[in-house]
Write a protein that binds this ligand. Structure first.
Ligand code: GDP
Ligand code: K
Ligand code: MG
Length: 298
């Protein structure tokens, strides 16, 4: 450690869906905490990932991607949580994908432009660079828009330049006592993380439409001796979706269960007994009360 001053602060990770925000957080933590997939809107909730190293505690805030809003309450909820995360933080990581700039990136830029804390422009997916000259066409222009922003090219997937990024973050954190004990990894409960892991497998298993209409509720979470017993309910909007999730002769459900169980085993360091059910609950994603009961706190 070069610095013996205690530092602590919040670091918002923002960007449009699919630029790799959650992958970046997992890499920084060295733990799969946040769920990721190729599909936009995988991340629905803000999630804290706490990294304490020596005198420095960085509290990362993973956010749902800011995206074009549709009518649904769930979408309004996601944009609101992403916007709120920009308030009262000490550093902002504005994550972009070096291969693509879209209207939704522009939307994020319009918000990030006005933050008063330091911004790091994280250009992700540099492993996909075919021609080094072509590092995101908008990059130079973008850096000018954010006058104080430093540009940091990384690969969240391969872990390239992440230590450098963490160093730049640490230098920008305010001096102060740590807010969390040094072994605490997140603000979320194990139940929440378990539900998210099941939802990730559903997101990854299914085609384009259905994943956005799926929620997961943990009905039981109980340690008995060396075994953690988890009962999870997968909620869908329609009968047809239930059939698809279950799959031929229960094939898909079995796969979802096996993959979720392996991730849970790693995360909780315990043997897992996982039981899954699918149930139709119509309209949950556009019903603020249903959303609240599922842990989406407006
Ligand atoms: P988020 O929506 O911004 O949280 O994005 P995710 O972390 O869920 O990642 C979206 C997709 O991009 C996933 O399929 C990731 O595996 C992929 N991805 C993330 N980071 C990188 C990277 O550095 N390189 C490449 N090639 N893919 C990445
Ligand atoms: K995603
Ligand atoms: Mg995410």
């Amino acid at each position: 450690m070069s610095d013996s001053t205690s530092r602590c602060g919040y670091v918002a990770i923002v960007g449009r869906p699919n630029v790799g925000k959650s992958t970046l957080l997992n890499h920084i933590l060295g733990q799969k905490l946040a769920i990721t997939s190729r599909k936009p809107q995988t991340t629905r909730h803000t999630l804290l990932g706490i990294k304490t190293e020596g005198e420095t505690q960085a509290i990362y805030v993973d956010t749902p991607g800011l995206h074009k809003e549709n009518e649904k309450a769930l979408n309004r909820f996601m944009n609101k949580s992403a916007t709120q995360a920009l308030r009262d933080v000490d550093v902002v990581l504005f994550v972009v994908d070096r291969t693509r700039w879209t209207d939704e990136d522009q939307m994020v830029l319009e918000k990030v432009r006005y933050v008063t804390c330091p911004v790091l422009l994280v250009v992700n997916k540099v492993d996909r660079m075919d021609d080094k000259q072509e590092l995101l066409p908008h990059l130079e222009w973008l850096a000018q828009q954010l006058s104080s922003a430093e540009v940091v090219p990384v690969s969240a997937l391969q872990g390239r330049n992440i230590e450098e990024l963490e160093k730049l973050v640490a230098e920008r954190l305010p001096e102060g006592e740590h807010f969390y004990p040094e072994d605490q990894l997140t603000d979320r409960s194990s139940r929440f993380l378990a539900a998210e892991l099941v939802r990730e497998k559903v997101m990854r298993q299914l085609g384009a439409e259905i994943p956005y209409q799926v929620a997961v509720e943990i009905e039981q979470f109980k340690q008995e001796g060396k075994v953690l017993h988890i009962h999870a309910l997968i909620l869908v909007e329609r009968e047809g979706q239930k059939k698809i999730i279950i799959g031929d002769g229960g094939d898909r459900m079995k796969k979802i269960g096996q993959e979720a169980r392996l991730d849970m085993q790693k995360l909780f360091g315990s043997k897992i007994m996982l039981n899954l059910w699918v149930k139709v609950r119509r309209g949950w994603s556009d019903d603020e009360r249903a959303l609240t009961s599922l842990g989406y706190y407006f």
